[in-house]
Design a protein around this ligand. Structure first.
Ligand code: SAH
Length: 214
């Protein structure tokens, strides 16, 4: 018996993402397209489309599909935008952003994850995703400013370095604080020199480690 991953992705989008109220057609399209099962270890491929995060090694996880879709939709990405992601992990979220047409810069601090994500990007032909092995709480100053910044690990506060590297106007989505296990997902909107913070709901990400992390 062979299983068609496209059919499984259609179900995933219908039952986990549309069912929870995400209507952004572009987000739904890319969630149907990106082969999530190729971003996890072979032994976990049969669970790749399940409604929860999965381990990717080193105590890290690939986020639940719904969380990826929700963050991508809050970020409001348009083609051609420069987007900085902190926490490459498996590379899945970066691939989703690349499919949205973004020019993606992604930073990871764990070497083996960085290396396997790079291999996936080249195998799946995401040649335009730029990767860096470093402490992402410092951002990636050489290419700043970024119209969008997405942080996919939870720290104690918003690193000021990232606020500085955000364009005006610009949007940053970042899980922050409330102790180490749970965070509030924040949307920071920079406009005419002001930064507005809104709480978007409670989430549970792995730790953001680094100079301006835990
Ligand atoms: N976006 C990822 C989710 C990975 S989990 C995906 O789609 O799979 C969060 C990742 O953030 C982990 O890989 C962790 O190592 C990384 N991370 C934590 N602190 C970091 C930092 N300061 N700089 C860069 N990466 C960091």
């Amino acid at each position: 018996m062979s299983i068609d991953p496209r059919r499984i992705r259609e179900r995933m989008v219908r039952d986990q993402i549309e069912a929870r109220g995400i209507r952004d057609e572009e987000v739904l399209r890319v969630m149907r397209k990106v082969p999530r099962h190729l971003f996890v270890d072979e032994a976990l491929q049969s669970q790749a489309y399940a409604d929860h995060p999965l381990p990717i090694g080193h105590g890290q996880t690939i986020s639940q599909p719904y969380i990826v879709a929700m963050m991508t939709s809050i970020l409001k990405v348009s083609p051609g935008m420069k987007v900085l992601e902190i926490g490459t992990g498996s590379g899945y979220q970066a691939a989703i952003l690349a499919e949205m047409g973004a020019e993606v810069y992604t930073v990871e601090r764990i070497r083996t994850l960085y290396q396997s994500a790079r291999q996936r990007f080249s195998k799946l032909k995401y040649f335009r995703v730029k990767t860096k092995l470093d402490d992402g709480t410092m951002g990636w100053p050489e290419h700043a400013p970024y119209e969008r910044i997405l942080v996919t690990a939870g720290g104690p506060d918003v690193p000021e370095t990232l606020v500085e590297q955000l364009s005006d106007p610009g949007i940053m989505v970042i899980p922050v604080g409330e102790g180490r296990r749970f965070q509030q997902l924040l949307r920071l909107t920079k406009e005419r020199g002001n930064v507005n913070r809104e709480k978007m709901g409670s989430v549970a990400f792995v730790d953001l480690i680094g100079k301006f992390g835990w």
